[in-house]
Design a protein around this ligand. Structure first.
Ligand SMILES: [Zn+2]
Length: 416
């Protein structure tokens, strides 16, 4: 009976998603050359609505081949192609947060900024198999799963309904073409740079330099190091081969460092002859938290407000004018950070900050330093990016998968 109800609901859901599938067909015909980070929105928006159905039917004169079923693992791979989870902040809780015990093909995906109980109602009504919630609904460690806590109720409902939950959060903030690039694009074109540079997550960050007499002495050391770290993150090289012996270098992870040092000491390498260096993590150009734009065409404060209202789809924004600023002051350098941006924006030299929320005192600091501030409320600075994500997913997933944006998801605060 449960499966019977589910099938009926799926049919209804697929009818509701028919528009999404139409868009997907068009995208697949027009956007094959788009790169992994470039949203195909321009391709879709360039088509007049009246043209879309005829184009769709013309190209579908022959029946399409059956779409392959999509496993959760495959969908997660596609999501990771947009933004590797390694780009997330170390304190964050990203990735697959809820995994049902019985795997099932992913047919319906619901995108949301926040997973609330209203959004879960919607997900159940749409018979969703996967919820992609930008903010992680599970963040703090949980010691029980009971009904008196709303986040625990959500986890229980997801598991009971067989719904997987995935959260990308700060990996979407950081990635080139992610939330912050989308947010800064609302102000116009210009030279964009990253405020807090992302660094490569190098597995071997420690270098141990030491000397041995010859290659024979090095061999047992190498064997033991490899034995202790099966991930083969340790490598060595010979930098010189003089009468004094060989200079060897071992690269290892922070986790493997204590045992590596112990191994070297056990093999006669004295602590005086051992140098431990921490290697720099190379920057990842274009990735990181926050963005600074130097606008090609500077705008007034009033124009910046109107542009951001339009970009975010909001009727109201909050504005704090910087000292000596008026609504007609010209804004050239604008720093943005989606969500709660004070920590990233602090100290950044700019005419204007755009973020979701800042505290009273943080706004006072910005104003005193001559920077105006536009606040949208936290999630209003993030939610619009879901439309970009939806287009990217639709273009890359088979027709058997529909992707919807939650209608119940909204910022809890509103101007009244
Ligand atoms: Zn946020």
């Amino acid at each position: 009976m449960w499966f019977g109800v589910r099938t009926t609901s799926r049919l209804l859901a697929s009818l509701q998603f028919s528009r999404a599938q139409t868009s997907k067909e068009i995208l697949s015909l027009t956007c094959h050359s788009s790169s992994s980070f470039s949203p195909p929105s321009s391709c879709l928006s360039s088509l007049h609505p009246s043209i879309r159905p005829s184009l769709f039917s013309r190209f579908l004169s022959t029946p399409p081949s059956p779409s392959p079923l999509m496993e959760l693992k495959k969908v997660l791979e596609v999501l990771e192609q947009f933004s590797p989870l390694s780009l997330a902040e170390p304190w964050d809780n990203v990735g697959l947060l809820v995994e049902p015990s019985r795997p099932r093909p992913i047919s319906n995906i619901l995108l949301t900024n926040d997973l609330t109980e209203a959004v879960m109602d919607e997900a159940e009504a749409l018979t969703c198999d996967l919820i992609v919630s930008y903010h992680p609904p599970l963040f703090q460690p949980i010691k029980r799963l009971v009904q008196r806590d709303w986040k625990q109720r959500l986890a229980v409902r997801a598991l009971e309904g067989g719904i997987a939950v995935f959260s990308p959060h700060t990996s979407w903030d950081s990635v080139r073409g992610g939330v912050n690039d989308w947010l800064v694009a609302g102000l116009g074109s210009g030279q964009v740079s990253v405020l807090s540079q992302a660094l490569a997550n190098a597995p071997c960050r420690f270098k141990l330099e030491f000397k041995v007499r010859n290659a024979e002495d090095l061999q047992p050391i190498t064997e033991q190091l490899k034995k202790e770290d099966s991930k083969t993150t340790m490598i060595h090289s010979f930098n010189s081969c003089e009468a004094e012996g060989l200079l060897a270098s071992v690269f290892c992870s922070e986790t493997a460092l204590p045992s590596a040092v112990q191994t070297l000491l056990q093999h006669g390498v004295t602590s005086q002859a051992l140098a431990i260096l921490k290697t720099e993590q190379p920057p990842l150009p274009g990735h990181g938290q926050g963005r600074l734009i130097v606008l090609d065409q500077p705008v007034t404060v009033a124009t910046a407000v109107e542009k951001m209202k339009s970009h975010l789809g909001l009727k109201h924004l909050r504005l704090a004018l910087g000292s000596r600023h008026t609504l007609q002051s010209t804004m050239s350098r604008v720093a943005v950070c989606a969500g709660s941006g004070a920590s990233v924006l602090k100290g950044v030299s700019a005419d204007l900050y755009v973020t979701g929320e800042m505290s009273h005192h943080e706004v006072l600091d910005a104003v005193a330093s001559g920077t105006s501030v536009i606040l949208s409320d936290h999630s209003n600075s993030e939610r619009g990016f879901l439309a970009v994500v939806r287009e990217r997913l639709v273009a890359r997933l088979p027709d058997s998968v529909t992707v919807a944006i939650s209608k119940a998801d909204r910022d809890p605060l509103e101007v009244v």
